[in-house]
Design a protein around this ligand. Structure first.
Ligand code: CU
Ligand code: ZN
Length: 191
């Protein structure tokens, strides 16, 4: 381009082209980033209301919140007998069957074996046990690095089950935790 060609209109055209390019690049980066990070509009909190299965009087609430090292899981469950009870995320968000079996097996998107919550190789849904004290109160509050709200491994739309017996953390594929006392579907919550 010769200096003669750079009249008023020429400069305008160049500036407009640069502006359009800049906007396009900016949009492209922003859009791509949002799909991979916890950006605006992505899920940061989820909740499961635990309803009793047939013959059970147990009920409770579990919340999942985004944490730097995974998801923080806080559970409050009432009506459990004292001691440990298997506590898992199951594959299907389907609590329609009276015994809770419609929720399927443990959520296991990576084809692992059943194990305890602190093991590296485990079902993603293996949250271990929730323990009820002699007065029936429970506390479960830990950050789990295996859980995510994003992508195909998302726990959204899966379910939470609490069992009648303890999860022994070794028996395949269930931990031998017995009957299902409650079932609750994990849904998106207001942050
Ligand atoms: Cu279970
Ligand atoms: Zn398992």
């Amino acid at each position: 381009m010769t200096p003669k060609a750079m009249n008023g209109h020429g400069w305008m055209a160049v500036l407009t082209a640069l502006l359009v390019l800049g906007v396009a690049v900016g949009l492209g980066c922003g859009g791509g980033g949002k799909q991979q990070t916890a950006g605006e509009g992505s899920v940061t909190k989820a909740v499961a209301v635990l309803n009793p299965t047939e013959g059970s009087k147990v009920h409770g609430v579990v919340t999942f919140t985004q944490d730097a090292n995974g998801l923080r899981v806080v559970a409050a469950v009432e009506g459990l007998s004292p001691g440990k009870h298997g506590f898992h995320i199951h594959e299907f968000g389907d609590c329609t069957s009276p015994d809770g079996n419609s929720a399927g097996g443990h959520f296991n998107p990576h084809g692992m074996t059943h194990a305890g919550p602190t093991e590296e190789k485990r079902h993603a849904g293996d949250l271990g046990n929730i323990e009820a004290s002699p007065n029936g109160a429970t506390k479960y509050d830990r950050v789990d690095a295996h859980l995510t709200f994003g992508g195909k491994d998302s726990i959204i739309g899966r379910s939470v089950i609490v069992h009648a017996q303890a999860d022994d953390l070794t028996t395949q594929p269930t931990g031998g935790a017995g009957a299902r006392l409650v079932c609750g579907v994990i849904g998106v919550a207001k942050p």
